[in-house]
Write a protein that binds this ligand. Structure first.
Ligand SMILES: Nc1nc2c(ncn2[C@@H]2O[C@H](COP(=O)(O)OP(=O)(O)OP(=O)(O)O)[C@@H](O)[C@H]2O)c(=O)[nH]1
Ligand SMILES: [Mg+2]
Length: 197
């Protein structure tokens, strides 16, 4: 049985950067075998060197937006990964405009078959947030999240962060809100533990 973790958020919020950091933590600290499913050919891609350093077994799949595929196709992908690598954890990076409700429905469908547990974090870019907050796709993501992570806190001041945190609470008062920097590794351990708990 595999755990499936989804790292969502709009384009450029830092999903790939975070996924690489999380994978490293899971592999090195928790001794987990990690597979990553990336929805598209990202600008960053998966850096071979980081992957090797972390001792990961990574399968990149560039099969288009997972949210746009049928559940059975996500199921096939996961079954394939299981057969080939049998990872403990699969991390999904959906497209920046993926609907969390659709991803959750796909994952829910597989629960108990090959998926033991699932968790999702939605990333927010504090630099872009004010400009993009009116977009329905972003509002959908924010409202569906149980865990919201304001990323890139290394690049903005504290007062901006608290304003954004207040706005996020207004969108979704139930979500747990973390402040992280995927780039500098701030609060990434805390998020990793939270996702596995
Ligand atoms: N300052 C800062 N920059 C970051 C942080 N995390 C990611 N970035 C930068 O943000 C840009 C986008 O990061 P990605 O990890 O590619 O974001 P993404 O969400 O995977 O992007 P798409 O797949 O294109 O939607 C890159 O230039 C990263 O270096 C962070 O914590 N702080
Ligand atoms: Mg990416």
């Amino acid at each position: 049985m595999m755990k499936i973790l989804t790292v969502g958020g709009f384009f450029g919020t830092g999903k790939t950067t975070l996924i690489l950091k999380l994978s490293k933590i899971f592999a090195q600290n928790n001794h987990k075998k990690v597979a990553i499913i990336v929805n598209d050919l990202g600008k960053i891609g998966i850096d071979d060197k980081i992957v090797k350093e972390a001792g990961l077994s990574v399968r990149e799949l560039f099969g288009g937006c997972i949210c746009c595929e049928l559940s059975s196709s996500l199921a096939d992908t996961l079954q394939n990964i299981k057969d080939r690598f049998n990872p403990d954890i699969v991390i999904l990076e959906p497209s920046g405009i993926a609907k969390p409700a659709q991803i959750l429905a796909d994952v829910q469908y597989l629960k108990g078959e090959i998926i033991e547990k699932s968790a999702m974090v939605i990333l927010v870019d504090p630099i872009m947030f004010n400009m993009l907050a009116d977009m329905p796709v972003i509002q959908d993501q924010l409202k569906a999240a149980k865990i919201l992570a304001i990323n890139k806190i290394d690049a903005v001041d504290k007062s901006t962060l608290s304003i954004i945190e207040e706005k996020l609470k207004a969108f979704n008062s139930k979500a747990e809100i973390l402040q992280i920097s995927a780039l500098e590794g701030i609060n990434v351990y805390e998020l990793a533990n939270r996702l596995l708990s």
